[in-house]
Design a protein around this ligand. Sequence first.
Ligand SMILES: Cc1cc2nc3c(=O)[nH]c(=O)nc-3n(C[C@H](O)[C@H](O)[C@H](O)COP(=O)(O)OP(=O)(O)OC[C@H]3O[C@@H](n4cnc5c(N)ncnc54)[C@H](O)[C@@H]3O)c2cc1C
Length: 430
Amino acid sequence: MRSANPSQSLASDLPLTQFERGSVAVIGAGIIGLTTALNLQQQGFRVTLIDAEGVAAGASFGNAGHIATEQVFPLASSGLLRQLPKLLRQGTLALRWSALWSERRFFWLFLTSMRPNRWLQSHRVLRQLCAQAMPAWQRLLQHYQLSDLLKTHGNLLVFEGPDAEKHAAEQQQSYAAAGVACRVLSQQQTAAMCPGLSSIVRCSLYFEQTGHCISPGLLCQRLAQAFSDAGGTIQLDRVTALLSADGVAVTLSSGAAARYRHVVVCTGAASNQLLSPLGIKLPLTAERGYHLHVRLSEQPQLAVASFDRKMILTPMVDGLRICGLVEFAGVGAQPDWRHLQGLQTHAKALWPALAQQTGQCSTQWSGERPTIADSLPVVGDSGVAGIWLNLGHQHLGLTFAAYSAELLLGAMLGNSAVNLMPALSCQRFK
Ligand SMILES: Cc1cc2nc3c(=O)[nH]c(=O)nc-3n(C[C@H](O)[C@H](O)[C@H](O)COP(=O)(O)OP(=O)(O)OC[C@H]3O[C@@H](n4cnc5c(N)ncnc54)[C@H](O)[C@@H]3O)c2cc1C
């Protein structure tokens, strides 16, 4: 898990003075790398952002845009095991058997994270992260005058079928017990709030304190622009190795190499490739997800998630984004585009305008959610001098990005007053 050389772990535990801050390479220009780079830059670090494929090349481009501050329940739960046969049958969850073996450490720790005490620990941390997520985004976007990219008028979770009201009431109680504000809307109230929704929707929960981004890709591009405008460097190259010695030596696939005082690894689902050679082996996998993006004149005004279909429709600046599916296929596996058929069928059932419009222009996309076995990200010191981690934000990377970057910065400056840092440390898997 951690470097065997104890001398390597000392320097990064010390607070940094302004003078010592110096140069930092942030590896990965997804939403996590971008918010991290901006926070460091604001504090006087000289930051280089390095990405193998450019800004928002991974999950951060195609996500559902949902600032999902209601999602306080860990993915690793006994409830998921109970629902597994139904989810597999329904096609909302898929599993490639080869991944069970190649990702066996992840799956073992995923199962053990379902124990009630572990589940509760992750749930408590997720609650704290969710509580801070929206204010952190508002701070960051206001600072860069990008608030227009964020809508803060909540979202719906819709229910269908004969047990719709019962399920909605049960869910509302669970959310209330977890301190998440939401209210049940009848069929009529749901239709009034979201005209165009199918009449198969019997009722909904309305979460007032959530929101959505009107274009996750554009958000990343604008943040990258703000970073460059403030003097930051963006470099297109793949990092092939890190070596901690007199700062951190970064080797690049172009053959170039550079030395930085600090490196922050924000490489999402691919992170173990860089970390394993350093002795840091995280229980990290990729949950592949898919989207269809359709240009449509008649869109919902707010994001609509479906309890029964495990998918979400998000109105974006350039069309309706239909997102869903969790596929455990192993990191780097090729997408299986056949899954889009099911996603499309579910979407048409929920939003009939999709079925009526023929020949509509749509694009398809797939990306990897970087997921750690206990449903929490890894943020903070890696245990190897000069190397820091901000990764593994699962289904909530967009939601947590602004706050996670603040936490990482606090850890680097040695002034993180937040009690949840041990729970986010990579040392928890030792
Ligand atoms: C279908 C889907 C829907 C989602 N919906 C939501 C949602 O509604 N709300 C939400 O909060 N989250 C959502 N998520 C999750 C969210 O998108 C991710 O958690 C988040 O984007 C992860 O960001 P990241 O920066 O860690 O990773 P990424 O965006 O994957 O970025 C990692 C970057 O690292 C680069 N990289 C990797 N290795 C190297 C290397 N060796 N050298 C240089 N660069 C490297 C890659 O090129 C990539 O650009 C969704 C995800 C999916 C797939």
